[in-house]
Design a protein around this ligand. Structure first.
Ligand code: BG6
Length: 516
């Protein structure tokens, strides 16, 4: 087993990367740029090769042109000088393939072997399926039947979300791919786990003496996780209308971030030890036992027409490929509890939505207030301390404390210590997909979701979906460009809390920039 690497200088072992869905959006926006960034940073072994696979015919020149365009538009490194660029792109080939045609896979095998001979790669093969999940099973079978798995090196399967639609379909999918690959060969992507600041949660928590001792229900009042997006469903209406915010973001990204905040420190830094701790959190989530509990603790919403920065925005039901009577949620918020000794009684509020006013992912940890009947608390209204982890697009940490107003004898004001990592010149954080591709090639599965995590998250989410399917829990609406249904605020008000403002300092705060 590979120990988790806390530094990334490690060069991946030589391998052939197969990108299934090579003409699709994910490959263009994320995967090719990730490969190029790894190459530029010297993290890819010289003996690497890439075969793009898709149904559409593409000449080698056209494919290389696609890659060039993708790097130009989406990569954090510019495409190099012609010599450099040619040296990079000569590692790429293309294969047009019908995924159910085993003969095509036999041809792919021949192509692979000659590419392996050309670059002298040791037979390691990484199959990245940037495809609809319904195809994962067929591709796995064809890889096996076409002889693609008979190599001298390792085989790894990297798959995108969504991993199923509910527990049952996820189980079915898992059974199919497990007929071909072992669990330790399967890398299930949740790209939020590849984000710099999500990975930083572990270091902030377990590397700082002034957080870990306070990280429990004695000192923490609540945790708020917000994942807001300004975009609507764009061209993905067909997929999204069957998914909705709960399945698209809740089952995976939101619950994964929650596990990182709530997990116990692992005793060792091996991927399985870390994933064991994460799955324990998921198992400790208090399951909703009735439709009423779902209605009381979960809010669902759908955006209607609205205006954002002077631009008219359509309502969800007017979006392309969306049922004009759709009841799919584009927003959800929930109050959830982790029933273990560390967290008993601490609410975790999670919310996510499309067409909110701000694109932001933030985690706010609100500490318990100082006693109000002694010393300063008697005289002043002291704000609770906050630790805010800014995940995306701004990366950083923000801490809010109370301090004396300079020059005044009798005023106390909240003070914010704001460390903005993404504002620092010279910091060019790797994209999530770079880290994840690198980790998969390294054999480090820490930031991929293990089957038991996926299954446990689905059973939690399925209970909510089942109540909604029975029409329990009102479908609230919110105008596009606003912060979601009002009912979301009430979830917290009932407990004496409120959502803290995200993505920007509190207006009353004095900001002390740690970095200039
Ligand atoms: C994806 C969802 O997993 O994450 C999308 O399917 C969503 O609906 C996206 O827009 C958000 O990712 P990021 O990294 O842009 O916050």
């Amino acid at each position: 087993m590979v120990e988790k690497q806390m530094q990334d200088e490690v060069q991946t072992p030589g391998a052939v990367f197969f990108i299934f869905g090579a003409t699709g959006d994910l490959a263009r926006r994320k995967l090719f740029p990730a490969i190029y960034s790894l190459y530029r940073e010297g993290k890819l072994a010289e003996d690497f090769a890439v075969i793009g696979v898709a149904r559409r015919p593409r000449s080698p020149e056209e494919f290389r042109e696609d890659i060039y365009e993708s790097i130009k538009e989406f990569c954090r490194y510019p495409a190099g000088e012609p010599d450099e660029w040619n040296a990079f792109v000569e590692h790429f080939e293309y294969k047009s393939l019908d995924i159910n045609n085993v003969d095509g896979f036999k041809e792919l095998r021949e192509q692979t072997e000659s590419l392996e001979a050309k670059f002298n790669t040791p037979g390691n093969r990484l199959f990245y399926l940037a495809l609809a999940p319904e195809l994962f099973g067929s591709v796995s079978y064809s890889l096996r039947d076409g002889g693609m798995l008979e190599s001298r090196g390792w085989n790894r399967l990297v798959i995108e979300k969504p991993f199923g639609y509910d527990l049952q379909s996820a189980e079915h999918l898992n059974e199919q791919i497990r007929e071909v690959f072992r669990e330790e060969e399967i890398y299930r992507i949740d790209h939020y786990l590849g984000k710099e600041m999500v990975q930083n949660i572990e270091v902030i928590r377990f590397g700082n003496a002034f957080f870990e001792p306070l990280w429990n229900n004695k000192h923490i009042a609540n945790v708020q996780i917000t994942l807001g997006e300004t975009v609507g469903v764009e061209e993905r209406g067909g997929y999204y209308d069957h998914s909705g915010a709960l399945r698209d973001m809740g089952q995976n990204h939101m619950l994964q971030m929650l596990t990182m905040i709530a997990m116990e420190p692992p005793s060792r830094l091996f991927p399985e030890d870390i994933r064991d701790e994460k799955v324990k959190v998921l198992r400790s989530l208090r399951a909703f036992t009735s439709d009423e509990e779902v209605s009381t603790n979960v809010v669902r919403g759908q955006y209607t027409e609205g205006e954002y920065r002077g631009k008219q925005l359509p309502g969800y039901r007017q979006e392309d490929k969306v049922d004009p009577e759709s009841n799919t949620e584009t927003y959800f918020a929930a109050r959830v509890f982790v029933d273990n000794f560390r967290w008993a009684g601490v609410p975790f509020y999670i919310r996510t939505g499309k067409r909110l006013p701000v694109k932001t992912t933030e985690i706010v940890v609100e500490f318990k207030s100082m006693p109000s009947n002694v010393y300063l608390g008697k005289k002043y209204k002291l704000e609770p301390n906050l630790l805010v982890i800014r995940v995306n697009p701004m990366e950083g940490i923000y801490i809010k404390i109370n301090a004396k107003k300079p020059g005044s004898d009798s005023e106390i004001q909240p003070l914010a210590m704001d460390f903005c990592q993404s504002c620092m010149i010279g910091i060019n954080s790797p994209e999530a997909y770079e880290r994840l591709l690198h980790d998969a090639a390294e054999g480090d599965s820490t930031y991929f979701t293990r089957w038991d995590e996926v299954a446990t998250a689905w059973s939690f989410v399925d209970r909510i979906a089942a109540a909604w399917a029975e029409n329990h829990g009102e479908l609230h609406t919110y105008p596009a460009g606003t912060w979601g249904p009002e009912a979301t605020g009430k979830l917290l008000e009932q407990d004496g809390f409120h959502w803290w403002p995200v993505n920007g300092q509190d207006e009353d705060s004095v900001v002390w920039q740690v970095n200039n």
